[in-house]
Write a protein of this length. Structure first.
Length: 96
């Protein structure tokens, strides 16, 4: 997680290994715990579904479902498919 102060606004960047389906349950639990942190209330959330270059990696919709992003009602969020190795999707996410 990286917290970036954006003036009065805060952002959370959460990177998920889309190819490690066994750890998605842990990633979901940790993610929702972060959202409960008092100092991060109201922060916008950017999720990178990383390692899209690997075979068997879940797409952004499957990662969103695994992280239960549909339960986030009180803040803005977005998810982007990325490959840090190839540099794909990173700038699109940060531009958001």
């Amino acid at each position: 997680m990286l917290e970036i102060p954006c003036g009065a606004m805060k952002a959370i960047i959460y990177v998920v290994d889309s190819s490690d389906t066994d750890r998605l349950v842990i990633a979901k639990e940790e993610f929702h715990a972060i959202l409960e942190e008092e100092e991060l209330k109201g922060a916008v959330v950017l999720i990178f579904a990383n390692k899209q270059d690997l075979p068997g990696a879940l797409d952004d919709a499957a990662v969103a479902e695994a992280l239960e992003l549909h339960k986030i009602k009180n803040r803005q969020w977005a998810i982007f498919k990325t490959s840090a190795l190839k540099g794909e999707g990173l700038f699109e996410g940060l531009d958001w």
